[in-house]
Every structure is written in C-alpha cells, then in structure tokens.
Design a protein around this ligand. Structure first.
Ligand SMILES: [Zn+2]
Ligand SMILES: [Zn+2]
Length: 232
C-alpha cells in the first residue's frame, strides 16, 4: 500500500512538474510573439540594424552556452547541493555516455535552458519599447540571445541523435552551420574534453580556441582563488 501511494504521489509530482515546464516553454514563445509584434512594424526602417543584432544575439548565445558548459566541466562538482544532482551530474554522464541525451524528450531537454528565457525576453521587450535605434538594436540582441540560448539543449541533442530522428529542417540548419553540427561537436567529445565548449552553433569555438580563452580564464581563477580545475 505504501509503495502504491509513493508511486502515485511521485507520478503526480512529475505531472505537475511537466505542466509547469510546458507553462514556462509556452510563456517564452508567447513573449517572443509579443516582441515580434512590437518589432515587425520597425523592420523596414531598421532592417540592417536588426539583422546585425540577430547575428550578435546568436553569437552571444553560443558564447554563454560555452561559458556555462566550461564552468560545469571545469569547476562543477556532482556533490554540490541541488545544482550538483540536477546539473553537474548530467555533464559528467554526458562525457561517459553521450548518446544518453537522446533518451530525453522535448520537455526534459528544455527544462533548464528555458527557465531564464522569459525574464530576459521581458527585459528585451522593455528596451525595445524605448523606441529609438539603440532600443531596437539592444532589445533584438537580448531577445535573439534568449531564444537561441533557450533552444540550445535541443540543438545539442540533435547533434548526438540518429539522423532518422532529427527533423529535416534541423538537418538543414546543421548542414548550414546555423545550429551545432554533429561533426563540430564531436571535437568536444574527444578526450580530454577541453575544447569546443560552445554548443548553440559552435562558431565562437574557433576564436576562443585560437586565443586560448578558457585556459587563460582557468589560469586567472587558479591564481586568484588558489584552486585547481577539474577536481571531480
Ligand atoms: Zn563537456
Ligand atoms: Zn555533447
């Protein structure tokens, strides 16, 4: 009886959790729709500015996902409370069993990446509504970054998935390198997993590797905090 109750309450908890995640995902797309509603009337006037801002947001998302990924791989510990179990542990498992990511469904994949997007998009809409060219430029960068960033876990999954499970549009986006391609991401999955951390589209990886960005950042952090990277 006890086991039955436990199973029922856990499945109820899971259903509520998934309903909440759907709400977050739908809110994100809804807010993106609001942003487009205010942006579209200005497209003709600021076309060049908007295109540049969209590209910058796309690159900014790539950089930020790289930074988060590097942080998890380099400094994160599975023993950390909450974050360790639900975030860092996944990073460790992913290096050992990369294909396991393909077992997760859309809602699970979007759980962590969509969580902060609504707040960021609200900020982008607020800036856009300031009404001048700077508002259009900065607001579009922020919202572009939020949307590409929110969808990154999905791009990452597609980079590992069997091609028969990847939608045709996603395959085209991979081929044109608009989103992370399987070949590019494979470089990170080559031991010792110390390069190509960015996983939205991967373009910033070339620059970050060239300037040894993450090794330099690790050197600074080690000097400042007298610590050692990759302790667990
Ligand atoms: Zn990694
Ligand atoms: Zn991967």
């Amino acid at each position: 009886m006890k086991t039955v109750l436990k199973t029922v309450s856990r499945s109820g908890f899971e259903v509520a959790g998934r309903a909440f995640l759907w709400l977050v995902i739908l809110t994100t797309f809804g807010l993106f729709g609001v942003f487009l509603f205010y942006l579209l009337p200005q497209v003709m006037q600021f076309a060049g500015v908007i295109i540049v801002a969209l590209v910058l947001g796309w690159l900014a998302a790539d950089f930020i996902t790289g930074l988060i990924h590097w942080f998890g791989d380099t400094w994160g510990k599975p023993s950390w409370p909450i974050l360790g179990k639900y975030f860092i542990e996944d990073f460790r498992i992913h290096h050992i069993e990369p294909q396991k990511i393909c077992e997760h469904d859309f809602v699970y994949m979007c759980a962590s990446s969509f969580f902060f997007a609504p707040y960021v998009i609200v900020g982008g809409i607020y800036i856009l509504l300031q009404g001048d060219v700077v508002g259009v430029f900065v607001g579009t960068i922020i919202v572009s970054m939020a949307m590409w960033g929110a969808l990154t876990n999905l791009f990452h999954k597609w980079a590992h998935d069997n091609p028969v499970n990847v939608p045709r549009l996603a395959k085209w986006l991979q081929r044109t390198r608009i989103i992370l391609s399987p070949d590019h991401h494979q470089v990170h999955h080559t031991y010792p997993h110390l390069s190509y951390y960015a996983i939205t589209n991967g373009w910033v990886n070339y620059v970050l590797e060239k300037i040894k960005f993450f090794r330099a950042l690790e050197w600074i952090i080690c000097k400042l905090f007298r610590t050692t990277p990759r302790q667990s």
